[in-house]
Design a protein around this ligand. Sequence first.
Ligand code: NAD
Ligand code: UD1
Length: 310
Amino acid sequence: MSDLPVLITGGAGFIGSHLVDALLAQGHSVRVLDNLSSGTPDNLPLGDPRLELVEGDVADAALVREVLGGCRAVVHLAAVASVQASVIDPAGTHRSNFIGTLSVCEAMREQGVGRVLFASSAAVYGNNGEGEAIDEDTPKAPLTPYAADKLASEHYLDFYRRQHGLEPAVFRFFNIYGPRQDPSSPYSGVISIFTERAAKRLPITLFGDGEQTRDFVYVTDLVGVLLQALEMPQVLPGAVNVGLNRSVSLNRLLEEISVLFGGLPEVRREAARPGDIRHSRADNRRLLARYQLSEPTPMAAGLARLLGGA
Ligand code: NAD
Ligand code: UD1
């Protein structure tokens, strides 16, 4: 791998900071562009001279062009990660989640950088999976501004691939969890919220009947895939699901958390959230064909590692 840095947009966030750690551990240099809206410098080893943090907005095209100078690849993670936040503020999330992608594409074209990894989402399928394992060709049905922006970003990346020779590796992440997923926001990932509240004995809010399912992936399993995508000589077109083909209901998640904590705090039930997806489970055959995913972290082990802060 060349010594030129990898630019990670959103690198001060949950997934990004784990990728930063992994790249630094492999001896590489990293530049992070982050507006610190949900990420924090505390997630980053700022004393490492191979790491540079630029505070700014990924939708600022001139800034992205400047920050990209001298980089060899981009991992574009910067976005408002909450589906519900996009329901509440479609215009604000669009700026980060779509205009941000467009400014990354333009900057790459201008700076002659080819490889970009993009964090799309299982949300693009909407409810079309209906309990089955969803493969990448399943018709898309974005139910929220978040999902629509991710899908539009995918299409734009494909345009820049065909027109300008970009090499986008598009991943549709299912539900990623692990340490540093901010538990303090109600819009954060469900596992971080539930485990934090169970630890503090605070009431847990369950939206819907708890029978909705998700395909949870431990963050370092995802990071292993991203590292491979940065190094592979060629990227095949077509998005890749990052899920484990495992379906876990929220009720089962609560049982697992109860075992870990020797009981649960009060569970308050509220109506299902608007735009919430009912079932989400990845058909991951394309992932397994293109990438090594040896022994993905079992749920119980992932929860234990999360509580240990690993
Ligand atoms: P996160 O909120 O921890 O990370 C997002 C980072 O982007 C934060 O550091 C935030 O400050 C930064 N950011 C947001 N808007 C920005 C802007 N306009 N300019 C610069 N920086 C900005 O969330 P995460 O879970 O680490 O998500 C990373 C990416 O993965 C996101 O694109 C998200 O949509 C996607 N994704 C996450 C999951 C999941 O389960 N966590 C699943 C599917 C897709
Ligand atoms: C998550 C990601 C999103 C990603 C998508 C891919 C976050 C914040 N969201 O969205 O970026 O694109 O996976 O599949 O990382 N819930 C409760 N109580 C709570 C919080 C949540 O019952 O306090 C429920 C929600 O209503 C939902 C489920 O838990 O049914 C999962 O919610 P959440 O963790 O926000 O994830 P997704 O909406 O699936």
